[in-house]
Design a binder for this molecule. Structure first.
Ligand code: ARG
Length: 459
């Protein structure tokens, strides 16, 4: 039976019912709906709408129901009720009869669903924070392990300057740290309690909303009832956190797909995150990474869908807002799964240090070192840049690297160059030179690793 039949002389037709029902997806809020109802029963007892006995009977029935849904959540989905609130009320009536009909006193599905969804979001955000932390640790461990590995650094996907492989790892630690801090922030704002706001105008029963909020683990009660039932900023914020973080994960995936390619051969992914081809026996494809990259689009889609749905919605509740759930229900577990996969990829990675070193030496990626050498000889950087450009052109014509040019060739172009140029052009010299904060020298990267490890112990 629907929660609202009295005013109607006929029921919804089947197509409308199917269109309108949210139980097939909001069954995921079953636990939260019951937990919220237990807290609401407490509030009603406090204002004497429920006697102590009634309160106890309701709470034990709700607890029994909680156990039941925890055992088989998916059975709830197909139970045929309009939504999770109708389901819980119907099940409660089955257990305690008319007493169950008192529970909705002073409450609306509008404040109820907002509360349920925030409880779900909080749980999901906490899970994601833990997963982000674990992925960060995996990157830091890899950075520590590969401190001796030199990688070509790219701009425009052209070899630009060599960097430590660990520097690359620590770049992602920085991104993940921002993802974490954004999510912390969103969590802080979403952790407020709409319950007790009624349908839109507030509840007519003098419940202590702050106690209610505290009992549900919220930091405080929402201050304005209209806002409380209408606000879905928290969904947008979570989807935005998810999108930004997925954007980072997709870049990570793309980097590794390239490093793993036959052409680069910098890394080898473990068997447990790759798959084969049904036709080509030699293939070992980076499916986990491609799926991370692919699923990013799906999460962005959920974010923009939510923005579109909320745009220009008048206050307060509108049924449009029922569309808030599926995107988040899909995006958060997708984000979580991608983080777990990224971690699995990182943990099983084999880095081919010889290949990365060879590649880092190619592409005249030490040209900047040569320009800096000329600066040290008193030549203005812009002029030095031009001279080195000419030398690169000569090296290309001779099929050589810069360090393979003879001293005569160097001096024909610029007579201040002497024997001292050769050590400058060595691969490790370019790395060692980058001592300023945030650079790729071993000391800087080691210190970044130290800082990250220290922070993680604190968190
Ligand atoms: N299923 C609804 C939703 O998710 C619950 C709130 C319904 N409120 C209402 N007044 N019809 O938004």
């Amino acid at each position: 039976m629907a929660l609202w039949g009295g005013r109607f002389s006929s029921g919804p037709d089947a197509a409308f019912k199917q269109f309108n029902d949210s139980l097939p997806f909001d069954y995921q809020l079953a636990e939260q709906d019951i937990v919220g109802s237990i807290a609401w029963a407490g509030a009603l007892a406090q204002v004497k709408v429920l006697s102590e006995q009634e309160h106890q009977d309701l709470v034990s029935a709700l607890n029994a129901l909680l156990e039941q849904v925890q055992q088989d959540l998916s059975a709830v989905a197909s139970a045929g009720y309009e939504d999770i609130h109708s389901y819980v009320e119907a099940k409660l009536i089955e257990q305690v009869g008319d007493l169950a009909k008192k529970l909705h006193t002073g409450r609306s599905r509008n404040d109820q669903v907002a509360t349920d969804f925030r409880l779900w979001s909080r749980q999901s955000a906490e899970q994601l924070l833990a997963a982000l932390g674990a992925l960060k640790s995996a990157f830091v461990e890899l950075a520590e392990r590969e401190l001796g590995t030199i990688l070509p650094g790219y701009t425009h996907l052209q070899r630009a300057q060599p960097v430590l492989f660990s520097h690359w790892c620590m770049a992602y630690v920085e991104m993940l740290e921002r993802d974490e801090s954004r999510l912390h922030d969103a969590l802080m704002r979403l952790n407020v309690c709409p319950l007790g706001s009624g349908a839109l105008a507030g509840t007519a029963y003098p419940v202590d909303r702050e106690t209610l909020a505290t009992n549900l683990g919220f930091s405080h009660a929402c201050r304005n009832s209209l806002d409380a039932v209408s606000d879905r900023d928290f969904v947008v914020e979570l989807l935005s956190c998810a999108s930004i973080s997925m954007m980072h994960l997709s870049r990570f995936a793309e980097d590794l797909i390239f490093y793993n390619s036959g052409e680069a051969g910098f890394i080898e992914l473990a068997d447990n995150v790759t798959s084969g081809s049904s036709l080509m026996p030699q293939k070992k494809n980076p499916d986990a990474l491609e799926l991370i990259r692919g699923k990013t689009g799906r999460v962005f889609g959920a974010f923009s869908a939510m923005m579109m749905t909320l745009k220009a919605l008048p206050l307060a509740y509108n049924k449009d807002m029922q569309e808030d759930k599926e995107g988040l229900f899909d995006a958060m577990p997708t984000w979580l799964a991608c983080i777990h996969m990224a971690q699995a990829c990182i943990e099983g990675i084999k880095v081919n240090g010889e290949k990365t070193r060879k590649a880092a030496k190619g592409g005249h990626a030490n040209a900047t070192e040569l320009a800096d050498y000329l600066v040290a000889k008193g030549i203005p950087f812009r002029e030095g840049h031009h001279i080195v450009g000419q030398l690169v052109q000569i090296a290309i014509a001779q099929g050589k690297s810069l360090e393979e040019l003879s001293l005569e060739t160097f001096q024909e172009v610029c007579d201040v160059i002497d024997e001292g140029v050769y050590p400058v052009l060595e691969l490790d010299a370019g790395i060692a030179a980058r001592q300023a904060l945030g650079g790729t020298s071993v000391t800087q990267v080691e210190s970044a690793v130290r800082v990250a490890k220290k922070k993680q112990q604190i968190l």
